[in-house]
Design a protein around this ligand. Structure first.
Ligand SMILES: [Zn+2]
Length: 137
């Protein structure tokens, strides 16, 4: 996905931080933030920045990918339960494929995803890295 500088600016809260929505009516917590609760339809939604820590529930490894991401193969994609209780899908970083284990603690970090071209816009995004292997080795 090519992204323009203006799109990057408009999407900065989604691309560069984990902004959650918390419905004040029914208590539903969701990501990404939007101004309406997907569960009850209320617009009384609070925008809250997630702590950025969670637990890796499951993962898969991609050995083939679309153009622009070839240098990152293999890519580990995780299903992560944030400490706020929201499950999100995001890439993992700084991990060895044969060492990753479900149940480890992870934290969000900002990492370079790709660039459009040699002199193009460098796209950054959130990935997760393992912070605690205790009890899982
Ligand atoms: Zn709601």
């Amino acid at each position: 996905m090519k992204i323009s500088p203006s799109q990057s600016w408009r999407l900065k809260n989604t691309l560069y931080s984990l902004m959650l929505g918390i419905c004040k009516k029914c208590g539903n917590v969701f990501y990404p933030y939007q101004g309406i609760c997907g569960k009850c339809g209320s617009v009384d939604v609070e925008k809250v920045k997630a702590k950025g820590t969670g637990t890796l529930l499951e993962y898969t490894v991609l050995y083939q990918t679309r153009d622009g991401f070839e240098k990152q193969v293999p890519i580990v994609i995780g299903l992560i339960r944030l400490d706020e209780g929201v499950d999100i899908v995001a890439p993992l970083t700084d991990v060895e494929v044969n060492e990753i284990k479900e149940g480890v603690r992870v934290e969000a970090v900002l990492r370079r995803l790709r660039s459009d071209s040699v002199n193009g816009l460098i796209q950054y995004g959130i990935k997760f890295r393992v912070i605690d292997n205790a009890g899982y080795n």
